[in-house]
Ligand binder design. Sequence first.
Ligand code: SAM
Length: 285
Amino acid sequence: MSVFDYLSPFVLGLIDPGVLLFFAVQAYIQVLTDTVFTHHSIPNLQAIRGKAFGKFWEKISAPPDPSAPLAGSAALVPPLLAQASGVVLDVGPGSGTIIRHFDSAEKSISKVYGAEPCVELHPLLRKNAGLTALGRDAKYETLLADAMGPSIARELKRVGVVGSVDDAVEVFDTIVCVRVLCSVPDLDATIADLWKLLKPGGKLLVCEHIVNPWRKSEGSMIARVVQSLYMLIGWSYFVGDCSLTRDIEGALRAGEKRWKSVELGRYFGRAVFCYVTGVLVKRGP
Ligand SMILES: C[S@@+](CC[C@H](N)C(=O)[O-])C[C@H]1O[C@@H](n2cnc3c(N)ncnc32)[C@H](O)[C@@H]1O
């Protein structure tokens, strides 16, 4: 038994991000010292952050024993990805450990494009994709792109999905955002761009951690304060621009008129990693 086994779920929920931050800082120090002392080069801090994030995410996203039951936010992902169909955009797939959860929908999926800007994660992303039913059927393709329209359009042109970047509208039947909208530089612009990329009637599937709804009965003021503390001590800097205090649900609901339906649910309201998950359907033709 470890010391964590004696702690209540509430306390664990407050400590969890601290453990992740420790690993992120450790990866940063390793990459920085390696650059300076082994390669004797002047550190480019942006490049070091990117490399360190890749190293950190590789370490913490190592797939668990596939036969073990999923717990916490991991359990929210399979039922969500089971709703994917047609041509799919997987935004920020990271190391690809969640791609296996598309497998239950494989027959309804014609292709998944994974838009991942962290190039250091691409080899592991391709390897993990290759271990899934989608990968074995050559239905998963990696794009070097962020979540913004122009970046995705360039890659869609490169892989031949569109003839020109201007044709990159209403391309996807499903767009998936799992733990990625916390890191995009401009949340509203990203949601608007992803909306344009969706076909009418297409689905946006989201599973995101959000600012703790501490004013609501299911929220926690302590968790909200702890979110701000983690942000103050450098969470965003070390964890790939991730924000713990983003109102992603609010941003999605703000554009409610663009959607035919918005079905979102909140989970783990007392934790630092409080989640919103669900489906938004774009208005049909
Ligand atoms: C926390 S990881 C989540 C990975 C994966 N979706 C999962 O849940 O296992 C966030 C991912 O988003 C990517 N990311 C960061 N900024 C992004 C952006 N502006 N556009 C698209 N992806 C981004 C990161 O490189 C990283 O792979």
